[in-house]
Design a protein around this ligand. Structure first.
Ligand code: ADP
Ligand code: MG
Length: 678
């Protein structure tokens, strides 16, 4: 039986059982699903049969002198040309300088690594002098702990696979196995451990990648379904005609992307299920106006709305634009920490009595002493972590409104469906007409004087500029020192009629707001700042954004900073000051110059940084997979999502006897068990 303890396996004694338990292996089934983390290939295929990015072993004749170069203190790159099947290819070895003396012109070597079909190049992880015998074998490499050795684990695994692999039961629907040509589960387990050849290994991996992603998507989709169905009866009967009228009185027509997002939001409002939606769109793509129409719709249904933003200054800006938009037929109020005393008490009273339709404010809005008469719709703007926390706060207050999250940080589609699988997503992927894209230039820091001249020229035209300070390691303190230094340097550089402002994280929030207000009102021409200026502020007259050490920011953050300019009618510019050492930094600068599309940038960012880094390490919120890779396997992820939706929608998951095992696995998942769903 698969549920037996691993010690029932020949060759696993008490000591080894303890070591296995340390890595989470208790039962025979656990052991069978402990897959190698990589494989050594002793299979040599002809060059012609290799595919791009395949891991391969190649035997070649050395036809050039190996060339070794160092960069940094410890990093090295060794390259050599090999002749294989009459073709010259390049082998590249990073940080394996010692290999040089074993690579002799005219002799053979065997290299294993990733094959680049386009450049006819192999990036080598392992090499061996001489011709390796092609015995066709592939050996799984496991990670081992404690006193356990690879050999003993492999022996035990051989026994386990021999005796028990056939007991592994299929859990996937037959239909998909056939459609995607996936091998059976038991066979796949066998081949993951002891692959007879690389093709069979590839299919076994493909199967488990799909299985893992399907399980994940089923969980997410079930969670999402339960959240939605947790509040039934939240339908809002808004006044269609009024909403249409309002839309038609806007000074511009909505873009078709805006129309689509608006339709999705209005449908959610009307449906009996609770809205739990993410609205994504680049800075300036017109999210706010869409949100405003949604708020208005809720108001015509007799509900109150709330718009939450991260800072007071943003709250004020949104308050002003909403007040203008709604003139006097909707009562909008601003509630921030600066509203104090009698005024606050009076305002809270009116909110509680339902005399205020829409409240704009910071997060304190739903947290503190605020009571709503009938809060029906909450919009959360520019939050990097969505959902869970806000839902908790709302629930604790006994509120179950429709919730819309907005973000200007485009999240790659591939990540969105895994990270926010429990949210519906609307995307505004189109800019209003007539926008001038920000022109972006990359300059070396030694061009500082010319950049200053450029800023001066723009200021003379009546425009304003941001200068984002150099970054110093991880220290916030030093960054501030830098901001102060740069500020002082600029004071000497510019004539006195250029007014400078300084902004950094250590300023008190009143002081920050004060500086930002002065900048917004044009009393400051050039704002020197650390990256605190990043979020949502709107100063249409600012036309220049200079970013120091630009290569040290991620693409998404650079794009976010660049989004501070280009908000008015004048042509705007973004200048990236950087002298990147590494390839990644240079690549980033190149991409920034070439594209202004936030979604495209986010996809590129993901490629350069990897999913863990994309959201920041601490709170990536991304699932960890054993076999699958959410970036490389995104097509499988999309397929799995589609299939999961179908299995749930058609009730097959709950009804088909064939899927009983699959159902049990999902229902026992802690994520679904613990989810508080009221
Ligand atoms: P976001 O919130 O996505 O950054 P906003 O909603 O603040 O963008 O819109 C940016 C600017 O573009 C605002 O001044 C807004 O009035 C304007 N705008 C929004 N939608 C359109 C449109 N369809 N056509 C023209 N201008 C628009
Ligand atoms: Mg906005």
């Amino acid at each position: 039986m698969l549920t037996e303890r691993v010690s029932n396996i020949k060759g696993i004694g008490n000591k080894m059982e303890n070591d296995l338990q340390d890595i989470g292996i208790y039962t025979i089934e656990d052991l069978l699903f402990y897959f190698p983390f990589r494989y050594d290939f002793h299979e040599v295929k002809p060059l012609m049969e290799l595919t791009h990015n395949e891991k391969a072993t190649i035997v070649g004749k050395v036809v050039s002198e190996p060339s070794l170069s160092y960069f940094g203190r410890r990093k090295s790159r060794l390259t050599v040309t090999l002749e294989v099947d009459g073709i010259a290819i390049k082998a590249v070895l990073f940080n394996q300088a010692f290999a040089k003396k074993h690579i002799v012109r005219g002799e053979y070597i065997t290299v294993t690594g990733k094959w680049d079909q386009h450049r006819l190049q192999i990036t080598v992880n392992q090499f061996k002098a001489g011709k390796q015998e092609d015995d066709g074998s592939i050996q799984g490499i496991y990670s081992v702990k404690g006193n356990m050795t690879m050999n003993r684990l492999r022996k035990a695994m051989e026994f386990a696979v021999e005796e028990y692999a056939d007991d592994v039961k299929e859990i996937l629907p037959k239909k998909y196995l056939v459609e995607y040509k996936l091998p059976a589960r038991s066979e796949s387990v066998r081949f993951m451990h002891f692959p007879p050849n690389s093709t069979l290994l590839k299919h076994a991996k493909r199967r488990f990648i799909y299985e893992e992603l399907l399980l994940f998507q089923l969980k997410m989709q079930l969670l999402r379904k339960r959240i939605k169905e947790s509040v039934v009866g939240s339908e809002k009967e808004f006044n269609d005609q009024k909403v249409m009228q309002f839309k038609h009185h806007l000074p511009f027509p909505l873009t078709s992307a805006q129309e689509k997002a608006l339709t999705e939001i209005l449908e959610d409002l009307q449906s009996p299920y609770r809205m739990n939606r993410l609205l994504q769109g680049d800075v300036g793509s017109g999210k706010t106006i869409v949100a405003a129409i949604g708020l208005y719709a809720a108001v015509t249904a007799g509900k109150q709305g709330a718009l939450m933003v991260p800072t007071e200054i943003l709250a004020e800006q949104h308050y002003e634009s909403l007040s203008k938009l709604f003139s006097d037929f909707v009562k909008v109020e601003l509630l921030t920490g600066s509203v104090k005393g009698k005024k606050r008490v009076e305002l809270l009273n009116r909110v509680e009595q339902g005399k205020v339709d829409i409240v704009v404010g910071t997060h304190a809005l739903i947290q503190d002493d605020v009571q709503f008469a009938d809060l029906g719709f909450v919009i959360v703007d520019e939050q990097h972590r969505f959902g869970v926390e806000q839902r908790r706060v709302l629930r604790e207050k006994g509120l179950k409104p429709d919730v819309l999250f907005m973000t200007a940080t485009p999240i790659p589609r591939t990540l969105a469906i895994s990270a926010f699988g429990d949210l519906d997503v609307s995307v505004i992927d189109e800019m209003p007409q007539g926008r001038k894209p920000v022109e972006t230039y990359w300059a070396k820091p030694n061009k500082f004087d010319r950049v200053m001249q450029f800023i001066q020229k723009e200021v003379d035209k009546g425009h304003q500029a941001y200068m984002i300070c150099p970054l110093i390691e991880e220290s916030d303190k030093l960054d501030i020192q830098n901001a102060v230094d740069l500020y002082e340097l600029l004071q000497q550089h510019f004539p006195p009629n250029v007014k400078l402002g300084l902004m950094h994280g250590r300023l008190h929030s009143d002081e920050k707001d004060d500086v930002m207000k002065k900048f917004a009102q044009g009393e400051i021409d050039v704002l020197v700042s650390t990256t605190v200026v990043e979020v949502g502020v709107n100063v249409p007259n600012a036309t220049v954004m200079v970013i120091y050490d630009a290569d040290r920011f991620g693409l998404s953050q650079l794009h976010q900073l660049r989004g501070r300019v280009g908000r008015g009618d004048a042509q705007s510019y973004c200048i990236l000051l950087a002298d990147p050492k590494g390839d990644t930094g240079k690549e980033r600068m190149r991409i920034m110059q070439e594209t202004t599309d936030g979604f495209e940038l986010s996809e590129q960012d993901l490629k350069l940084r990897g999913p863990g880094d994309f959201f920041g390490k601490k709170q990536s919120g991304l699932p960890e997979f054993k076999v699958a890779d959410i970036v490389e396997d995104y097509r499988a992820l999309e397929t799995a999502r589609k299939d999961a939706v179908d299995l749930i929608r058609t009730n097959k998951l709950f009804e088909q006897p064939e899927l009983q095992l699959l159902r049990r696995i999902i229902e026992n998942d802690p994520m679904l068990k613990d989810a508080i769903l009221d």
